[in-house]
Design a protein around this ligand. Structure first.
Ligand code: SAM
Length: 233
């Protein structure tokens, strides 16, 4: 069979599933089997993925704190003709995940960077939000503390396009409360929780409606979540 990674000296930026293993593409699986090495956000988390596809590549960690150092190493290996993959714990690398410094270093050195598209919580959530997607702003994670979070929300409250936020499970309620405060109770919003997992829940309402629903049902305060919110009308 023809190898997919026959272009030696390329960095493959590979999306992995955000919950449902079947979302890993055949191309992604084959490349992970063929490359000379994988750079992963968490080497232990990546083992579960490798077990599923039946491969055991040489894995090195790549996180915020070693990214610059790793960038030099990656470029050197690629210039030596190896093919390498970059993955994160889940979803598309670089999207609220490490990797951009490595990718920038590859571009600067003139070595090819190849995207291998797949799951991304941002795009999946937006695709079921029922909100306009011709223009949107991805805000990533808001500040963890309420003061800075409200400040940021106030800064963007008048933006007209759809706003998308990642949030950690233990801040779901507090962030919704701050959104109601800064954006108003009636803005249409969609909460996408546990996308592609057993307890997947997609709920479209107003910000106040979502806040009330989450307050009443503790299950809605668990798991991974993306908020999509209408821009100011
Ligand atoms: N790079 C990833 C991507 O492509 O989506 C995102 C990584 S970021 C560190 C993790 C955040 O993504 C979570 O806190 C949550 O907001 C969102 N997320 C990841 N998986 C999710 C899922 N299955 N359902 C809902 N949100 C998810």
């Amino acid at each position: 069979m023809k190898r997919l990674s026959d272009i030696h000296g390329s960095l493959y930026v590979i999306a992995t599933p955000i919950g449902n293993f079947s979302d890993l593409s055949a191309r992604a699986a084959q490349l992970l089997k063929e490359v000379d090495g994988v750079y992963a956000e968490d080497t232990r988390t990546s083992q579960a993925l490798f077990r599923e596809i039946g491969c055991n590549p040489a894995v090195q960690s790549l996180h915020e704190h070693n990214e610059l150092e790793r960038a030099k190493q990656v470029v050197k290996r690629l210039q030596g003709g190896e093919s390498l993959a970059l993955i994160s714990d889940a979803g598309t690398p670089l999207i609220s995940d490490p990797g951009y410094r490595v990718v920038a270093a590859c571009h600067d050195a003139g070595v090819p960077v190849v995207p291998v598209p797949g799951a991304c919580a941002l795009v999946a959530a937006l695709s079921v939000s029922g909100l306009p997607t011709d223009h949107f702003c991805f805000e990533g994670f808001l500040p963890a503390r309420s003061g800075p979070r409200q400040k940021r929300l106030t800064e963007i409250a008048k933006w007209p396009h759809t706003l998308v936020f990642y949030e950690s499970p233990h801040r779901i309620e507090a962030t919704l409360a701050d959104m109601v405060l800064c954006f108003g109770a009636d803005r249409p919003a969609t909460m996408a929780r546990e996308i592609s997992k057993r307890f997947e829940t997609i709920r479209r309402s107003t910000l106040a409606g979502l806040a009330e629903w989450v307050a009443e049902d503790s299950n809605q305060r668990r798991g991974e979540v993306v908020f999509s919110c209408a821009g100011r009308a």
